[in-house]
Design a protein around this ligand. Structure first.
Ligand SMILES: Nc1nc2c(ncn2[C@@H]2O[C@H](COP(=O)(O)OP(=O)(O)OP(=O)(O)O)[C@@H](O)[C@H]2O)c(=O)[nH]1
Ligand SMILES: [Mg+2]
Length: 356
């Protein structure tokens, strides 16, 4: 009898142990892990944890944003490629294409002279080969300037943005600030546009978004004193990049151009800090941008051009005119209104995209 009871108790214990074991091994994968005793054995993950990848926004591609300019030039190129021989008509159409694309009369003449010489020397016989030679020539000419933005590690780097009204100065500064902060820079934005309170507010939105410090003054304040305070603040926080936003002004207004010179002098009180004076030109204004560039350059010694709104114009050739006639390299191009829509200018990519 005792033996029977003992066997029954043992059997019951085995069944309960087995049941507990089943429950343990069937824990839901998403359940909290059971508290485990300290053990020398490494923990073994029951299920691999799959984390959704962070969705990265790819930078825009220049060729995708040059839609209008590519459509215009592409129309001519498609026609030209059908020609059996390089005759006068081919040369006329090439000339028309370059003028319509806003390459400018002088640069067009230079490019075509070059191309004629190449065609003779290398016995170029097909329109296809001629277009390839043109593309290479354009890239070569655009490469002649120093495209890189001056930024010395460990230095205070000040970039001043100038230009006529509405070209995209404030927007470009916002885009640059965002990228620089993401790169680990300590960035100060100076709102030297004191004509309208809204101008500093607009810069403030970009500053907040990027995580940059904003220095602004009252509406109507002397822009010089704002720049002065901004340089002080930049020194205080040991900022690596300082972006100065100036009010849009007509290049023909002498007093306003004098004001720009003054702002420049205030930045220059920190010797060597001013690394770039960037003229922001709206590409849709075409050849008029050249006149602006000349006047601004005379006033404040422009070191580079930011060409904005390339996404909205068929006149992409203006890049060539600027570099050829003014010797000022295009350093950045704006290809949209979004924060990521700013690209470092790449001559080969540009020539390839335009004369594909
Ligand atoms: N499509 C397009 N729009 C742009 C680009 N850059 C700027 N814009 C737009 O151009 C308009 C003017 O830009 P702002 O940055 O305010 O120009 P600004 O030079 O600071 O203007 P002011 O301070 O008034 O002289 C805004 O609507 C911008 O969104 C660009 O690359 N492409
Ligand atoms: Mg502005």
């Amino acid at each position: 009898m005792i033996l029977v009871v003992l066997i029954a108790v043992l059997a019951a214990a085995v069944i309960v142990a087995g049941f507990v074991g089943i429950v343990r091994t069937r824990r839901r994968p998403d359940a909290e892990p059971a508290p485990s005793a300290v053990t020398a054995e490494p923990a073994v993950a029951e299920e691999p944890v799959v984390v959704a990848p962070v969705k990265e926004v790819a930078p825009p591609r220049l060729r995708d944003r040059l839609g209008k300019a590519r459509a215009l030039v592409g129309g001519y190129l498609a026609e030209l490629r059908l020609r059996a021989a390089i005759d006068d008509q081919v040369w006329d159409e090439l000339e028309e294409m370059l003028i319509v694309a806003d390459v400018g009369v002088s640069m067009t003449a230079t490019l075509l002279d070059d191309l004629r010489a190449q065609a003779r020397e290398q016995a170029i016989a097909s329109a296809d080969a001629l277009i390839d030679a043109l593309r290479a020539d354009v890239a070569e000419r655009l490469r002649s300037g120093d495209q890189a933005l001056a930024q010395v590690p460990g230095d205070r780097n000040v970039w001043m943005f100038v230009g006529v009204n509405g070209t995209g100065k404030t927007t470009t500064i916002g885009k640059v600030a965002e990228a620089a902060v993401a790169d680990g820079a300590s960035v100060v934005l100076i709102a030297a546009d004191t004509f309208r309170a809204a101008a500093a507010d607009q810069l403030g939105v970009w500053a907040e978004r990027a995580g940059a410090q904003l220095v602004r003054g009252q509406e109507g304040a002397d822009p010089g004193s704002v720049v002065f305070d901004g340089m002080d603040a930049a020194a205080g926080r040991d900022a690596s990049l300082v972006l100065v936003d100036t009010a849009g002004r007509l290049h023909t207004k002498v007093n306003l151009m004098e004001e720009l010179k003054k702002l420049r002098r205030i930045v220059d009180r920190t010797p060597g800090a001013l690394k770039e004076v960037l003229l922001v030109i709206d590409a849709t204004t075409g050849q008029n941008g050249l006149a602006q560039a000349r006047q601004f350059s005379e006033a404040v010694d422009v070191t580079g051009v930011v060409l904005t709104k390339l996404d909205g114009t068929a006149k992409g050739g203006i890049v060539l005119a600027i570099q050829h006639e003014l010797g000022i390299p295009v350093k950045l191009v704006g290809v949209g209104e979004g924060v990521g829509d700013l690209l470092e200018f790449d001559p080969d990519e540009f020539a390839g995209a335009l004369f594909a």
